[in-house]
Ligand binder design. Sequence first.
Ligand code: IPM
Ligand code: MG
Length: 357
Amino acid sequence: MKVCVIPGDGIGVEITAEALRVLEALRGDGLKIEFEHALLGGCAVDATGKPYPEATSKLAREADAILLGAVGGPKWDTLPREQRPERGLLGIRADLGVFANLRPAILYPELANASSLKPEVVSGLDILIVRELTGDIYFGQPRGIEERDTQWGRQRVGWNTMIYAEEEIRRIGRVAFEAAGKRGGKLCSVDKMNVLECTQLWREVITAMAAEYPDVELSHMLVDNAAMQLVKAPKQFDVIVTGNMFGDILSDEASMLTGSIGMLPSASLDANNKGLYEPSHGSAPDIAGKGVANPLATILSAAMLLRYSGEDEANAVRIENAVRKVLAQGLRTGDIYEAGTQRVGTKEMGDAVIAAL
Ligand code: IPM
Ligand code: MG
């Protein structure tokens, strides 16, 4: 496999280094994998003036998979929108067509106390959010800010377009139905069909697909209710499928049910299982460079990379078991530390995973 490694900004650099060491340890054990490094986000702006340089696009397109750390930081917050690090992230997602974003939210039994919810509400939690990633109001045209006549006089207005084509809904629907079929057999589609035409179409298309998947029990929920149900009774969910914007919000909410966003990986796949793999968390500028960030979400993203783009379930499971083992040994980075456990840094956590492998 050819993997394009994009450390990015902030803690992205430290955590991808650990994930690479884990993959290299497996290479020593027979895994065939090669790495090329590329720039994205703030570091790319500094080096080339662009958040998603052509050289990165070329390497990413040629690779079988991309392993990404995180992008962004206060240093680049005042740049115009086109140059912001987030533009790099949205640019690479759109460029590679990775429309299916899989965001698992799993509560590891060892971390049951990390959640802000009562243990009985979250124990055993295992949700998969399937978020559409290359459409919706994130990319819809037209969009902009311009001066117009309004009922309040001449002033600036800002607007965006929420838009989905039927086939765009169907292809993410397929990913979600198939994922549900391989898991608990329940799929909840989230929309706002009582207000938005775009999501009324979403509900119609998803509903029409259900007949093709008789083993999956389909339900629908309005997004405001889904946000509420996620904190009230999160274990009612198995797989959730939703659009880009609602998925952005609900996946942050779901990840924090586990209390440890530092533990959660993600995969963004195209139609051929080429994928972009990244932790669900951001670049955490406040702790960058201190060697204390939790590398486990990125290490678990590397496991997803082997599973989906490498069709190497065995090595994916080896990594996941190694992570469970270090948790069972009581090793914790600061974000998941609690009294009675052993606090370790980024590199020591990587060492422990490799030892467990
Ligand atoms: C995410 C992030 C991105 C998004 C930002 C950084 C553009 O919040 O991956 O969830 O909104 O998709
Ligand atoms: Mg987000």
